[in-house]
Design a protein around this ligand. Structure first.
Ligand code: MRU
Length: 346
């Protein structure tokens, strides 16, 4: 199974990005050659989703290195440092961004690279590889989930949050990838899609993907989740992650934590699907994860129009952390982990 579209394509000096802020009304691709356009696109969520942010940064750096007219390797390496800093600053929570930068660092530090062209080729190959590996990971996660978790019947009803599909990854997706894969295997699937305030990644993006794939879904506002879990037979809540710590605590789009609490109340399994590139083994618990705080206007305005009195105070945490105790399993490309989570301690 392959994704039916790609939110990002790369061609040496240019990156073509589907502007996700315009979906679902307008499907418009923008072409960037300047790395500042790419960092801006990441900050503004034109390109978003943990794995895709890492891929976009890798392509952004490679395109900039390919375009830069350096007269020596030392000059190009200086430029790399500037690029790295610019991408490092874009969004703090998704581990995949920093994973991609670390992969590129290892290329840059390779003592066998001694010419400008060698560096250009090596960075380009690495960026393409990061993308390809994520595509493979998505498929493996989906297969693992289908084989081990969702193999007992023909009908499954899920509830999901935010967007974790092709728009967020280099492949079919993480949590949404599992759902799409089960559908492709002939299972009867129904998905309750959280709208995902404040930026509506659920209604704008996940519903858009499900519509494209002809997978039946019902859109709900975030505050309907408990009522839906009470009144419908939900087999599992399945979400993605932006960072998973050593003990299994998982950061994901704001609202995920409360979903996990409600799922636990109703004894509904709560699964996280995330590639290993999302795991941060330098952090012991989720308390150490830096949570992105975004502009107040995303909360005080709706579709560009004021939806609160002028100068209202607001909070705008982009992510929250679901404690490991509420997570029934973490689906990865290698295996599915169950509590007690102790990653990489073996
Ligand atoms: O702010 P976003 O839209 O980048 O947030 C995305 C999410 O929270 C996703 O659930 C997460 O990145 C997992 S993506 C496969």
């Amino acid at each position: 199974m392959q994704s039916t579209f790609s939110p990002i394509t790369f061609n040496k000096t240019e990156i073509k990005v589907l502007n996700q802020t315009l979906l679902p009304r307008i499907e418009e691709y923008e072409v960037y050659s300047d790395y500042l356009d790419m960092t801006d696109a990441i900050k503004k969520l034109k390109v978003r989703g943990a794995p895709l942010i890492g891929i976009a940064a890798a392509y952004g750096i490679s395109a900039a290195i390919n375009t830069h007219t350096a007269s020596s390797l030392a000059e190009l390496l200086e430029f790399y440092k500037k690029l790295r800093y610019a991408f490092y600053q874009t969004r703090p929570t998704a581990k995949n961004l920093f994973y991609a930068l670390e992969r590129l660092d290892r290329v840059v530090e390779n003592p066998n690279i001694i010419t400008i062209n060698q560096l250009r080729d090596a960075l380009e190959n690495e960026a393409i590889l990061i993308h390809k590996e994520d595509e493979q990971s998505c498929l493996k996660m989906a297969k693992n989930a289908a084989e081990i978790l969702f193999n007992k019947k023909d009908n499954y009803t899920f509830l999901t949050h935010c967007n974790t599909g092709s728009l967020a990854t280099g492949g079919i997706g993480t949590a949404l990838g599992v759902i799409k894969y089960l559908h492709s295997q002939g299972k009867n699937i129904h998905v309750f899609v959280d709208e995902t305030r404040p930026l509506l990644q659920g209604s704008r993006l996940t519903a858009w993907e499900l519509h494209k794939e002809r997978i039946p879904y019902t859109l709900i506002t975030d505050n309907m989740a408990a009522q839906i879990m009470k009144n419908h037979q939900i087999d599992a809540v399945i979400v993605g992650a932006d960072r998973v710590t050593k003990n299994g605590d998982s950061a994901n789009k704001i609202g995920t934590f409360q979903l996990a609490i409600v799922a636990s109340y109703f004894n509904i399994p709560f699964y996280v699907a995330a590639p290993k590139t999302t795991f941060d083994t330098s952090l012991i618990t989720g308390d150490e994860i830096e949570i992105e705080i975004r502009d107040d206007s995303e909360v005080t305005r709706f579709n560009g129009v004021e939806s609160a009195p002028i100068r209202s105070k607001s909070e705008n945490y982009a992510f929250d952390v679901t404690p490991n105790a509420l997570i029934s399993g973490i689906i990865t490309e290698d295996e599915i982990y169950f509590p007690q989570y102790k990653f990489f301690d073996k």
